[in-house]
Design a binder for this molecule. Structure first.
Ligand SMILES: Cc1cc2nc3c(=O)[nH]c(=O)nc-3n(C[C@H](O)[C@H](O)[C@H](O)COP(=O)(O)OP(=O)(O)OC[C@H]3O[C@@H](n4cnc5c(N)ncnc54)[C@H](O)[C@@H]3O)c2cc1C
Ligand code: FES
Length: 281
């Protein structure tokens, strides 16, 4: 069992938890993830290792409440325990030998972008951060981003915080002002990553994206997380989750991402009904 040491709400739908998981913390690196299970008959879900402390034996996760399992997870409080917490899984992000990097996070993708930005900063890279949210109520991790970057740009779709616009508007502006980057790292919704890649391709800037397809076993056995990258089949859980964004077939990934929508809707409804019954009784 993996005890929850701290729980903090970051915005109405995003929560941070610090978990007592010494074995995972000892081996964790930026870019890796865990697969957790809240209860015996529950689903396994992957979440990025948002931070870790090998000395303290803790791993931080940041999750958005989107469906049945994240709802269940969010019902746990400080002092409660998570049943399974397996990791670290996936390949670590490549953060060495880079000088100037632009890290882009979209929405809860910022939770996945943060450990990579932090590791780049610790390895001596100059980090420019661009984070984008739908509106001011959804903003997360700005203090953390400022601590690991040279410049930090915030944009929102509706202009309620930061600059009004998209992350790609800021990136284009920076490039046209003469900024040069060894690499751009984009993490967020598939559509955002696709458009960042279309833009950086025009300027021949290497771009890494973190792909989050449906995962089941997380060990390369089930084939569930397959993607087409450079015309080859790759498994995000063992070959990624980071990939060369210019080689990823985003249209296929977007179409595959809706495969389980009906099943997820039913699971979400069941979880909601269960909670309502509990509240009523
Ligand atoms: C490597 C990786 C790292 C991730 N890191 C984070 C993170 O740090 N924070 C965060 O909020 N989310 C992260 N996700 C997404 C997270 O796994 C899903 O939000 C979660 O599984 C939703 O489960 P649910 O039962 O609550 O929702 P559901 O209603 O079951 O699903 C809602 C949406 O979540 C996604 N999803 C559902 N099940 C899975 C699954 N088994 N594997 C992958 N995606 C799934 C799908 O896009 C789905 O449409 C990550 C996904 C991957 C693959
Ligand atoms: S999750 Fe099963 S192969 Fe990747």
């Amino acid at each position: 069992m993996y005890r929850i040491l701290r729980k903090q709400r970051l915005n109405p739908t995003v929560t941070r938890m610090v978990i007592d998981a010494p074995k995972v913390a000892r081996k964790a690196q930026a870019g890796q993830f865990v697969i957790l299970r809240v209860k015996e008959d529950g689903e396994r879900i992957p979440l990025t290792i948002a931070d870790y402390d090998a000395m303290a034996g803790t791993v931080t996760i940041i999750y958005q409440i989107v469906g049945a399992t994240t709802m269940l997870l969010d019902r746990l409080e400080q002092g409660d325990a998570i049943l399974d917490f397996v990791g670290p899984l996936g390949r670590p992000s490549e953060v060495k030998h880079l000088h100037k990097v632009c890290v882009i996070g979209g929405g809860v993708g910022c939770a996945i972008a943060y450990p990579t930005a932090k590791a780049l900063h610790e390895n001596g890279a100059e980090v420019t951060l661009i984070s984008g949210f739908r509106n001011k109520d959804l903003v997360i991790l700005q203090e953390e981003f400022q601590a690991v970057s040279k410049t930090c740009h915030l944009v929102s779709d509706d202009g309620s915080t930061g600059k009004k616009g998209l992350v790609t508007d800021v990136l284009k502006e920076l490039i046209e002002q003469g900024e040069s980057f060894d690499e751009v790292i984009a993490i967020g919704p598939l559509v955002m990553m696709k458009f960042v890649c279309l833009l950086t391709k025009q300027y021949s800037i290497k771009t890494i994206v973190s792909m989050n397809p449906i995962m089941i076993d997380g060990t390369g056995m089930c084939g569930c997380c397959r993607l087409s990258v450079g015309g080859e089949m790759k498994f995000a859980c063992v070959d990624g989750p980071d990939f060369d964004g210019h080689a990823v077939d985003f249209d296929e990934a977007i179409s595959r991402s809706s495969t389980y929508r009906e099943h997820e809707r039913k699971a979400r409804e069941e979880a909601c009904n269960l909670f309502h019954k509990e509240v009523a009784s």
